[in-house]
Design a protein around this ligand. Structure first.
Ligand SMILES: [Zn+2]
Length: 361
């Protein structure tokens, strides 16, 4: 049942056409009218079924498990994993009823977000966004969080996860600065990509009027908190967040009844979700590693795992010491050893489960 997509995603023609569409939001608006027209002629309740085959629906029943195979789900939904998964999670968490969301606007917003990811990026594409959203959902369900989070927190978290890399050009910030890209000038060489993802997400929220029925101040708050979460994913700010996280854990701990602490932990959760690939089972983790390498020309998967991913997840397991966090650390150590074996076979002597890789710094 795929009647709302007469053509596959990203089939709008040449790259240049897509670039123009991306730059001119009014064209994006015209573009979305197509979806709007198709949907309005259907029974609204069937919107939920649009992106999902029977198999995809079966998979969604296990959306809260860490072994959820997002690549398979992407195939099952005919390339619409981000729309299908996020829509389902909004339903699952009761956000549509709680915030009185218009399902047509919601779907239109999600389609716009998904379309603004660059399908041709090996890594920073809509599958990565769907994967991060699924991971975020797993973290939100962890006992420490589940007992403290409000519908508002869940709404912001899922929105941030789904949009956190939207319109990512597939090159990093140093490249944009060196080539004097207009985005680097616009955002004064600071969190250039993250600022762009955030402002693009806000632009799409405004175009679809998803929250137009809410008070103006709520709309401002959504936009501000969305920015705060997305900007936290800037890897250049890793030390800043990790230091603050350690200070909390070494001191009085994290008090999730405190709104400030809660928001900080949502930032940490999104950061974890964003770089959780090495903490997935090997068959999933390997595919992500290959995609990262393809996009960034072997920038050092192993070093990234050792110096960025592992320290963050070590602290996360101090905050939430559960089966999930232990599973993630277990996968991380095994994957790290396997990468080392692949990259430097002589150094490990073929022993991929060497205990020395079990340390967490
Ligand atoms: Zn990301």
């Amino acid at each position: 049942m795929f009647f709302a997509f007469p053509v596959p995603p990203e089939s709008e023609g040449t790259t240049s056409v897509r670039k123009i569409k991306r730059l001119l939001s009014f064209q994006r608006y015209f573009h979305t009218q197509r979806f709007c027209r198709v949907i309005s002629s259907q029974n609204f309740l069937s919107i939920i079924d649009i992106d999902c085959s029977g198999q995809a629906k079966c998979m969604l029943e296990k959306v809260g498990t860490w072994k959820f195979d997002i690549f398979r789900f992407h195939q099952m939904t005919n390339g619409n994993s981000l729309v299908a998964l996020t829509f389902y999670l909004f339903k699952l968490h009761g956000l549509i009823e709680y915030f009185h969301l218009d399902v047509v606007k919601l779907r239109r917003f999600l389609v716009m977000v998904q379309e603004d990811y660059h399908q041709n990026n090996p890594y920073h594409n809509e599958v990565h966004a769907a994967d991060v959203t699924q991971a975020m959902h797993c973290y939100l369900m962890e006992p420490e969080f589940a007992k403290s989070l409000s519908p508002w927190d869940i709404l912001i978290s899922l929105l941030a996860a789904a949009t956190h890399d939207v319109d990512h050009p597939g090159v990093n910030q140093p490249f944009l600065i060196k080539t004097r890209h207009y985005l680097a000038c616009l955002y004064k060489n600071t969190s250039v990509l993250e600022n762009h993802h955030w402002r693009s997400a806000v632009c799409m929220l405004q175009e679809t009027q998803l929250f137009s029925h809410l008070p103006v101040e709520d709309n401002f708050l959504i936009e501000r908190q969305l920015g705060s979460l997305i900007l936290a994913t800037d890897i250049n700010r890793q030390i800043e967040f990790l230091t603050k996280f350690r200070i909390h854990l070494d001191g009085e701990g994290v008090t999730l009844v405190d709104a400030g602490h809660r928001h900080f932990m949502l930032q940490i959760a999104l950061k974890c979700a964003d770089i959780c690939n090495p903490c997935r089972a090997w068959e999933l983790s390997k595919q992500w590693g290959e995609r990262v390498s393809e996009e960034f020309f072997h920038q050092g998967t192993f070093n990234f795992i050792t110096y960025v991913v592992e320290p963050l997840f070590a602290e996360w397991s101090r905050f939430s010491n559960t089966i999930l966090s232990q599973t993630m650390l277990g996968h991380l150590r095994l994957n790290k050893a396997t990468w080392k074996e692949i990259l430097h076979p002589q150094a490990t002597g073929g022993n991929v489960t060497d205990a020395t890789y079990g340390k967490t710094n």
